[in-house]
Design a protein around this ligand. Sequence first.
Ligand SMILES: Cc1cc2nc3c(=O)[nH]c(=O)nc-3n(C[C@H](O)[C@H](O)[C@H](O)COP(=O)(O)O)c2cc1C
Ligand code: SF4
Length: 1444
Amino acid sequence: MSTAISSVARIAFLASDIIVDSQPTPPATSAFAEKYNALLATSSRRPTVLSVPLAGDPGSSLLRNASGTGLVSFTAASSSQTVIRLVLHAAELSSLALVLHLAVTDDLSDVLLLRSAVPFFLISHTPQEAHDNAVLASRLARTEKKAVVHVFVQGEIGEVREIAEDDVQPLLLAEKLSSVKANGSTNGHSANGANGHTNGVNGTSPSPHSPANDLFTAYESAALSTLSCTHRPCLPLAKTGASEPHTVIFTLGKVPDVEMEGVSFVSVGLLTPLPPSRLLDAAPPSATRVIILEQLHHWNTKWTPLYLDVIDAIHQRQSDPRPHVQSVYFTHPDQITAPSVLKLIQTASSAPSTTPINLGSVSPSPALDAPHVPKHESSYTKILSHLFDERLEISNSPSLVPAQGAVATSPEYALGRVRGQLDQRAELIRSIQELMELKEVDEELHKLLSQWLLVKDDAAKSRALSKQVITALEASKLSNRLVDRILALRAHFPARSRWIIGSDAWSYDLGSSGLHHTIASGLDINILVLDTLPYTSRNSADPHRRKQDVGLYAMNHGDVYVASIAVYSSYAQVLQAFVEADRHKGPSIVLAYLPYQSEESTALEVLKETKLAVDAGYWPLYRWDPVKEQEGKEPFTLDSDAVKNDLQQFLDRQNHLSQLVRSKPQFATELVSSLGENVKEARRRKAQQAYDELLVALDAPPLLVLYASDGGTGEKYAKKLANRGKARGLSATIGTLDSRSIDDLAQEEYVVFVTSVAGQGEPPQNGRTLFKALNAAANRGEKPFSKLRFSVFGLGDSHYWPRPEDAHYYNKPCKDLDARLEQLGGQRFADLGLGDDQDADGPETGYKVWEPLIWKTFGVDSVEVQEAEPDPITNEHIKAASGFLRGTIAEGLEDTSTGALAASDTQLTKFHGIYQQDDRDIRDERQAQGVEPAYSFMIRVRMPGGVCTPDQWLQMDQIADEHGCGTFKITTRATFQFHGVIKRHLKPSIQAINKALLDTLAACGDVNRNVICSAIPTLSKLHKQVYDFAKLTSAHLLPRTTAYHEIWLDKKMVAGEAVKDFEPLYGEFYLPRKFKIAVAVPPTNDVDIFANDLGFIAIVDDHGDLAGFNVTVGGGMGVTHGNKKTYPRLADVIGFCTVEQGPIVAEKVMLTQRDNGNRQERKNARLKYTIDRMGLDVFKAEVESRLGYKLAPARPYTFDRNVDDYGWATGENGEHHVMLYIENGRIQDEPGRDFKTGLREIAKVHKGTFRLTANQHLMLSDIAAEDVPEIKRLLAKYKLDNLSHSALRLSSSACVSFPTCGLAMAESERYLPVLVDKVEKMCEENGLRNDSIVMRMTGCPNGCARPYVAEVAFVGKAPGSYAMLLGGGYYGQRLNKIYREAVSEPEILAILGPMIKRYALERLEGERFGDFVIRAGYIAPTTSGKEWYDRMGGEGEYREVAAA
Ligand SMILES: Cc1cc2nc3c(=O)[nH]c(=O)nc-3n(C[C@H](O)[C@H](O)[C@H](O)COP(=O)(O)O)c2cc1C
Ligand code: SF4
């Protein structure tokens, strides 16, 4: 038993030299390809099998691959798209030795489009027929060198007697058999008279040499050859039923399985060529009724080709009367039953033969559905509609399909349409010019017309004037054909932005596709070509096919504007390119990257793929504007920052690139990959040299220490080991695992490996390549390490994944490595050592046991180390040696060989508000390419109180565009943060910030950070007082070093080295850790006062004035997963101070911490630990002793919320304020949400201030009553006034995390909105849409978004895995607690679903979610930081047991 597809595929495989197979839309796979793969294993034949994607152009592919000799077969499941693309090339295809095998299900409408386009068209209905016709078609195409369409019905399974493999080729090549030779009876069917009558029958005598007859003769000859081999006839028309019928039914499609008196059925197996004589043979003179029964779902013209052929044949018959001929469609085989056929015969006699009868529910010419546009692609179309609005005309819009047919989306069609439209507009212009010459035209109208002519190319003006011109023309009494003509062409008055949108499939076939004609047309038209192939699948998709670079092709035309864009890489560049393309008076082509696997691909996946492609140079972002070249300017602009980033030689390359572009069309990938090679090679040489030098200095066996570490602990231990080895006289070298290959290791004698764990049992990033290589070598059974002696030490955490079933993740990489090395022939010289974060001393406990084993092997265990072992360099050393925060930053900025700064300088730049980061989305890829990580910097502004002016806002906006990644962020410390600033942009950025009268000094680092204060809208006077206090305190605690001005603002030290910096507050060591201050105004705790090291709670006197502050100390969020010495802590209130005392109180608290904080262990250095170590009373006494007085007793206060008050509010001074919701503080333009542009426009007119909140939202403040309408209008225009989010969303917040934050372990800012979408639904289902639940997420336990005071929080542990915490206080008054140590999204939803439902049903009046989960017994309350770990993991039945 076999299917038609497998039989046809077999013949195609055995008969063809080249097969082009059409791929269905993934994830579906080609059924033909399956058979080809199976045959490759069994058959000796090896045709070339190529595949073409569904969206591709098979016609071009076939033309390209047809070699002139041999047979080409195309196999596909028929679709209108495929058929249309074939039709477009039909003329060229017809003369190729080509078989197009098209599988259909139950509708022949699409394939019939090919019927008149090719010389031969065969149809098979059963698997056996499909097999035989496939043989026949192959033979026919091969001998006649002509295209044969072979359509067959798929789906049915049946007995197929197959031709032997060895017979196929001989049959194709055998000499032609003449049909006459076969005694006038071709195909063995002389008996029933259906075949075999090559001469005049029934009075018709076709000319023996008409082209149709020649083709038919060729068909018969091929059919005869097939018969001789298969012993089965292939019939052009197979007749069954009555021999003297009164009714003949021709069937195309399903053959009715019915027998009826006087009725004969003729199944059509050959549709082209079908000589009339054959048709007449099948419809003898006895027939008074002929029915053409066709299986069609739709047909766009009134009559079908077969009907017309039959009618035509019957009209050639001279006898009268002629039979009644009726066309009938049906859609489903079930419609063809004996009763229905009987009824049909009756109806057909009475129905007028001029109207086809339709048996199905589908009308003869139904509208086609508009093709579905994948949702991701709307990213670009939305921007186009947004930019060009009413002006936008998508000339091949899918919405045209219902009216114009599927061909409406092809480039040729669109080009034709545009050409027509442009011609008509030209005619409109001509007519207007002619009209203006007429005397009858009055002055008013004349003026209007000439005005329109002047602005006809201006989008807005031409549209605006067109209405006036039309009204004036209609109102004028002029009766002239020109007026009629102009009014008839009125649609062309407004200037349009015309776009053709297509897929990258077009770019495979530049030469022959419509794209080429469009580019060459010179018309003012814009083409947007979307490339959706993900970077990571580029090889697997079709490694042999290379897309032609449409961009370069177009550039070579000279007059074409070309841009290459990627919306997920640079939104601004997309806008720029669209606007420039629109302005260009000629063809423009914009290549847009939008990589996605399926409709379900998340934005995050698209984003990552885009980054990889742009960064690797696979998809360079550029713009080519030929007009600039005419103006003598550089026409080529390279916009890819990542590419720029790589080399200081960017400019050289840019020139090189443009030269290259001008001369020959080949660039980009080669260029960028060679860059990777160079850097890699240089590095290798440098490393080799250093290594050689070391070897020379040695005489003892060298010790190589290799480590893999993500967070630095493993690295620290590796360095410690190497240093201690050196101190014992050993020659020790250190490197990362990935710095060595297997070959390198095979040359080594003694190697110690130190590896920690990242993710779930996975090796850290800088060891993964070697791990993979070792595994591969082991799989191949190699034993390269005959010389190698090794020992492994692992750092893990036996509690990181606490579930019993996850226990095997504990220290997995080191255990695996230990076993692998042995398997590869290595010899273990000391047993595996295991360090566990859970041990009393953390990894040190295990290390202390293991290290002596190493020294023993080298015989140096008894060596007395005379000199103290060098201390590892800590941040304390770096600070002290930095010359008051100078280090070698200035020199590092000059070094263009790397995008990074020296490691110690990266610690120092934090004090200057700058963090070095790298793009973690593409870290692996870059490592694989051998280039350094994509370094860039984060810059944080110091802006006390979170207040800035509109001017400052505008400058921040501009800095983000010019120096950053085009977006910026409002942080949880109510300030601005820029990401993606590359090294050479650092200085200009800081200078620009300085020009805006802001700075970045002490925005990060071991100093007092940005002082934040409540953004209260209503109490205007109080806000001013509190804000002034925040500014004053910030200024008071600012470092005094001049390094900042010297390095960034080029202000030289007055007398060089002679003038020494002096830090009166900080000294040369600065603080042990960061220090954070907040000022809150009850009842709003929007700054989360208790999460700060130092807090001031405003206390108001009876006049509403600020009387002073309650002072809080010891709050802090950061912890380290699994390290119980670290915990979050809420601040304690220690007393009251006046406003004047405040800054000095701040100073004394900070200095007490400076002198008492733990400088040995950074993880234990924050004020919260100092206080717990000293005891709150002792700490307070120390502060008071430094103050010289005691703090007054704390005064009463009440908080009731820590979320922002959204919407409009009026201050007591009558000014207005509006709090806007900015999701996670990201200021960016997105399709449909142009917040960045909107806020820029607002900043241009706003006269008050901007207030940034610690919840990452934004308040426009101090708006005068008369300005409110304009602000409201702008807010509405940019959808900034949309507050109709769920209360959950409005109360949620996330830190930045991936891709920029170096500490991130899991997604946060990019993922929380996705999670909120899902949890929000649960809230809505339970009627909690408007109930605020404070939900926060961070990418690591550092806790930047203050997760530990949220009612529910998620803290990243590894990609996709979070610790889940519950039970925080609604207004930040209580810490939450770990409920589950590692949950993924399905688990989060499974936990929250029932919990939220219970909350909705059982909560008490006004009870908050955080309180409820405690009362309901899910989690215990946390009463102090130190008790944070107690009773974690849930309560009672909700408790989850951890691994022992
Ligand atoms: C994201 C992440 C995942 C971890 N996964 C594991 C694990 O699966 N098994 C384990 O034993 N330790 C795990 N750990 C613990 C680390 O291996 C341990 O803390 C180690 O000391 C970190 O070393 P490093 O700073 O060199 O990266 C994980 C730590 C992190 C940060
Ligand atoms: S919480 Fe962690 S991941 Fe998030 S921004 Fe802060 S350091 Fe980065």
